[in-house]
Design a protein around this ligand. Structure first.
Ligand code: ADP
Length: 247
């Protein structure tokens, strides 16, 4: 088996002749935290959308666990274990934390709404949902509606609903966006614990977070890979300093 869980070969996305992502060869090693960074407009979001098949590439291939997934539908990619953590809008505001995770579990297991009638099935899903809430440090929020949860806790809930899909690899889109120090520390600890048995690829703007968490960093500029390596190496790279870290 390849060391790499995810690889792209010449990945390219053009919008009306403009290359948002251009000839990107990304290699994500199994059981690592890999960060994708770069200035605004570098192509990070487009890359994520290509990897999860929300966009179809103009050219190139995406290989996941040795399998060419380039032509697959998003749901099939998710079924293979490559799952993106969605934005908060995907968490149902009027459901409690427990209900949100239970709905995600229900979706994953293809249960029809009829199952609510069965107490034993409901209990089984509740039990699993509670375990997931515990994993992300949200046990105390079980009966709180998502709308009433603090921002950082909502992000943790979003991660719990993603974990409900039993991913092998998680794509995290700016997991620390808009957070204060305390929440950042909590989510960083959570990501580290998840990384013990998952592979994580994340887009993140907070360079402190990136330096603390990442095993490898890929710097994108203008749709292309500018440099790759660990944080210490990249901070010594003149091209990176100039293009991105120079600030
Ligand atoms: P990042 O996430 O790094 O900020 P994006 O992937 O969002 O970068 O965007 C990369 C470039 O592609 C930007 O110049 C953006 O304007 C352009 N772009 C992204 N999506 C579209 C689209 N649907 N149509 C046209 N241009 C797009």
């Amino acid at each position: 088996m390849s060391d790499y869980i995810l690889e792209t070969q010449g990945l390219t996305k053009e919008f009306a002749g403009f290359s948002a992502v251009s000839d990107v060869n990304l290699q994500v090693r199994r059981h690592t935290i890999h960060a994708l960074i770069g200035p605004n407009g570098a192509g990070k979001t487009t890359c994520f959308n290509l990897l999860t098949k929300f966009l179809h590439p103009s050219k190139g291939k995406i290989i996941y666990n040795g399998q060419d997934i380039t032509a697959m539908k998003p749901a099939d990619v998710a079924r293979l274990g490559l799952v993106r953590s969605f934005q908060i809008s995907a968490v149902f505001p009027n459901l409690t934390a427990l209900e949100n995770v239970r709905v995600a579990l229900q979706r994953e297991h293809g249960e029809s709404f009829d199952f609510w009638r069965s107490k034993s099935v409901l209990n089984r899903f509740n039990e699993r949902a509670r375990a997931l809430l515990d994993d992300v440090g949200l046990s105390a929020f079980e009966d709180i509606r998502a709308a009433e949860m603090p921002y950082g806790r909502k992000r943790a809930l979003e991660i719990a609903t993603t974990l409900a899909l039993e991913p092998e690899m998680m794509l995290l889109d700016e997991p620390m966006a808009g957070m204060g120090h305390e929440d950042i520390d909590k989510i960083a600890t959570l990501i580290k614990s998840i990384a013990a048995n998952h592979t994580i690829l994340m887009v993140e703007h907070n360079l402190n977070v990136v330096s603390n968490l990442s095993d490898k960093i890929t710097v994108l500029t203008r749709g292309q890979i500018l440099a790759e390596g660990d944080y210490a190496t990249l901070t010594q790279d003149e091209r990176v300093k100039e293009a991105y870290l120079g600030a």
